[in-house]
Design a protein around this ligand. Sequence first.
Ligand code: CUA
Length: 311
Amino acid sequence: MFAPVSTPAFAIREIAFFVLGITGVIFLIVGGMILYTIVRFRRRAADRPSEPPQVYGSMRIELAWTVVPFLIVTVLFLVTARYIWGIENRSQPPSALEVTIVGNQWWWEIRYPKLGVVTANELHVPVSDPGSPMPTFVTLESVDVIHSFWVPQLAGKMDVIPNKTNRTWIEPRTPGTYVGQCAEYCGLQHGLMLLVVVVHPRDEFERWVAAQQAPARDEPAARAGRDLFASLACINCHTVRGTTANGVFGPDLTHLMSRWTIGAGAARNTHENLQAWVNDPGTLKHGALMPAMKLSRRELDTLTAYLVTLK
Ligand code: CUA
C-alpha cells in the first residue's frame, strides 16, 4: 500500500501518511515524557519515601486531556470521511471498463459482461492515462460466504458479500502485474485465494480481449481427450466455449492455459501440475471443492493432453 500505482490507492497512501504523521507526533510526545520521567525521577540512594503532589479534580488538567484528544479524533474523522466520500462517489465515465468479480470458495470468477469474456483468478485491465482515462469499475458478488477484494497497490479493501452487490473502481497508471489476496477469512483455503491483476498498455489489452473472446481451440490430435472430457462429470461444472461443456460452478476453462496458476495460486499452471490437479485436487489444495475424478492413468494422460491445448 506504500507503493500505489492507481487511484484510489494514491489517496489511501496520502491519508495513511497523514494519520501516521499525527499519531507519530503523539507517540513522540508521550514516549518522550515517559522517558524523561523515568530518567529524571528515578530512584536515588538519598530518596525517602514521600507522597507526590496530588492533582485529583484539577479542572485545567481534566479539560486539557479531554479537549485535545477530542479535537484530534474529530480532525481524523472529518479527513477520513472526506476521502471515503471522494472515492465512493466517483461516477462511472462512459469510457470505463466494466468487470464483475465473483468470490467463490476459493477462487475468483472474473466476467467482462460487455466483452463476453469469462476467466478466473487473473484480472486483466488497461492502463488509464490522464489524457484518455479508462478506469475499471468492478462489481463484486459472492456465491457462498463473505470474501474481500484487496489489491493493495490499486485500491482499498472491499467486502464481497452474498446477496449484496458492492462496487469499487481502479485507475492504474502504470502497466505491470500486481498481486492481491482475499482479505476476509472465508474457510479452509482462504490463504489460497490469490488474485493477480495485470495492467496492460491499451493495444496489448485489446489483443488479450480478442484472444479471450475466441472459442476454444480444436486440435485434431487432442480430440480423444476432448471427447473424454465431454463424457465425464467435468462438464457439469466447467465451461469450454465452443463445446458442450457449459457448467458454471467451476472456472471457465476455454483459455485455461493462458493463466499462470491452478487453483487460485495453488500451483504453477504446467502440464505436470495440471495432471496432478485433475488426478486429485486435494493434493495441491486441501479441501478444494473439485472432486478427484478417479481416472485411470491412460484417461488422465488423454484428458490432460486435451486440457493443455486450451490456450
Ligand atoms: Cu475468500 Cu478469504
